[in-house]
Design a protein around this ligand. Structure first.
Ligand SMILES: Nc1ncnc2c1ncn2[C@@H]1O[C@H](COP(=O)(O)OP(=O)(O)OP(=O)(O)O)[C@@H](O)[C@H]1O
Ligand SMILES: Cc1ncc(CO)c(N)n1
Ligand SMILES: [Mg+2]
Length: 513
């Protein structure tokens, strides 16, 4: 029975804050790794409101899909109307659409209530091999849904099915498929290569009708990949709802998936072949076993990029571009270190950098300046032994912000823990030009500092592609990564250098394990 609306409307003239809003039209996954549940968590992690129209309820776990119950078409229509007629949806994202009738209803609803963008994840078969939408759906996808879509995100099998069984085995095949799918009508196509056999990287192909981009990230070795496709599409929708361009939404989403897989690679849920991951980046090393209710994850120290405005000036690149390139290349945290700018100029720059880092989910720390960190709402500060003491910085910044301290000696390392710091920056490990009169500790000095503290440590000072491997291979358990300045920013291509260093660190980390 249909219920009447309650007739009440809120329009009291009070100031209203619009929050970006994604509506997901998808199936429920009882195991909560994929489907509606993944969509809600991905949107929440990206700071976007998510409403839900449920098309089917599945009984599903890490072993497979045990049952599917399709929601009656009329009731899908009713849910769509309830949300779209009232709730200021920016972007609609679709997942499991299990019948031709449901596709038709969605098509009609979107004509009646247009939205800014439509993201279509043409879900057909789960990775466990279970059918979520049968082949009879293909023609209605092609005729009704694809031409309306701003982007479609098929995996290899789905791209092949939509193209009548065209075989897809190589990156070149993925490129041809992206172009052929574009001809069916969607504005943009992303063919996902998560299931591409024998590929070292996770490669996706993006085609916008003009240019074809090959998007690569490192392939995380983990069983916890159930729901990557739903998460990727929801994150694209979330970034579009915030106002991103399509290419940047796709890049941010891909980077987010890589980051959550890395964070969640060792978590254990379920006994089947493919487990879920933790969208909110908390389980591994996270708040559950931290001494403080903070949000710092020590894995963020893996590739720590420290900026230098002189170097960026020398190479003629704006700070935000340099930072974006470093993040794209694999930097896991950024420290803004500014020695020349006046406070106001520094603050403006810091705000822009917070914006870019936040869009990628990478923390930004401010060197030295607690006031600037507070004013731009950065994720924290890094202080030296002659800067604001960490204990006072903690009082000023509160329990949530990240605080790092530079330490050269075991005594300083012990003090950093007592003062409530989150990590230690230890160096200079090797000689460097970026800091005058800085004594060199060598790998032995680094080890001594690591062993003196429970805190995670990042090594700094003269580290580059040729010696980063030996630093990581010291194998002390709380040494979590390396911090670099010149090796990334005093170079022609920040992206290429960061990527290279990231690969070296991954290799070294796998040796240690
Ligand atoms: N092991 C991995 N490491 C890094 N990225 C990955 C990995 N596996 C998948 N991805 C990325 O995750 C995204 C989803 O890709 P995939 O091809 O697995 O989609 P899907 O099969 O639709 O996902 P689902 O498992 O939810 O059905 C892509 O950007 C892909 O490159
Ligand atoms: C409900 C649902 N939607 C999508 C997928 C694809 O991962 C799944 N396994 N379950
Ligand atoms: Mg997959």
């Amino acid at each position: 029975m249909a219920m009447e609306g309650n007739g009440a409307s809120v329009s009291d003239g009070a100031s209203k804050t619009k929050i970006p809003h994604v509506l997901t039209v998808a199936g429920s996954d009882s195991g909560a790794g994929a489907g509606i549940q993944a969509d809600i968590k991905a949107c929440a992690a990206r700071g976007v409101y998510c409403s839900t129209v449920i098309t089917a309820v599945t009984a599903q776990n890490t072993v497979g899909v045990q049952g599917v119950n399709i929601v009656p078409e009329d009731f899908v229509a009713e849910q769509l109307k309830s949300v779209l007629s009232d709730m200021q949806v920016d972007v609609v994202k679709t997942g499991m659409l299990p019948s031709i009738g449901i596709v038709k209803i969605l098509h009609e609803s979107l004509r009646e209530f247009p939205v800014r963008a439509l993201v279509v994840d043409p879900v057909m078969v789960s990775t466990s091999g279970d059918v979520l939408a049968g082949p009879s759906i293909l023609s209605s996808f092609r005729e009704e849904l694809l031409p309306m879509a701003d982007i479609i995100t098929p995996n290899i099998k789905e791209a092949s099915a939509l193209l009548g069984g065209m075989p897809l085995e190589t990156v070149a095949d993925m490129r041809s498929a992206a172009k052929a799918l574009h001809a069916i009508g969607p504005r943009n196509v992303l063919v996902k290569g998560g299931d591409l056999p024998d590929s070292l990287d996770a490669i996706d192909i993006f085609f916008d009708g003009k240019d074809c981009h090959e998007l690569r990230s490192s392939r995380i070795k983990t069983r916890n990949t159930h729901g990557t496709g739903c998460t990727l599409a929801s994150c694209i929708a979330a970034e579009l709802a915030k106002g991103s361009s399509m290419l940047s939404a796709v890049k941010v989403a891909k980077h987010y998936v890589e980051t959550v897989l890395e964070y969640s690679k060792d978590i254990f849920i379920g006994n089947g072949r493919q487990g879920p991951f933790d969208h909110l980046l908390r389980l591994k090393n996270g708040i559950h076993n931290s001494h403080r209710q903070g949000t710092f994850n020590p894995s963020n120290l893996f590739l720590y990029a420290v900026t230098d405005s002189q170097m960026n000036k020398k190479w003629g690149r704006p700070m935000v571009d340099a930072i974006e390139a470093a993040i794209e290349g694999g930097a896991t945290i950024v420290q803004l270190r500014e020695k020349d700018a006046e406070t106001r100029e520094f603050l403006e720059m810091a705000k822009a950098c917070v914006g870019i880092c936040r869009s990628y989910g990478v923390p930004l720390l401010i060197n030295d300046r607690v006031d600037v960190a507070l004013a731009c709402d950065a994720d924290g500060v890094h202080v030296g032994q002659s800067d604001m003491p960490a204990r006072i910085a903690r009082t000023l910044l509160g329990p949530e912000k990240i605080i790092g301290v530079s330490c050269k000696t075991p005594e300083q390392a012990q003090q950093a823990w007592i003062d409530g710091a989150d990590y230690i920056g230890c160096g200079g490990v090797y000689p460097t030009n970026t800091k005058a009169n800085n004594p060199t500790l060598g790998l032995d000095g680094l080890k001594a500092v690591c062993l003196a503290s429970k805190l995670p440590v990042v090594a700094i000072g003269g580290i580059n592609a040729s010696n980063a491997g030996s630093v990581m291979e010291t194998g002390v358990s709380n040494l979590k990564g390396v911090a670099v300045v010149s090796a990334l920013f005093d170079r022609e291509s920040v992206l290429a250098e960061t990527r290279n260093l990231h690969a070296i660190l991954m290799e070294a980390a796998s040796q240690v394990k």
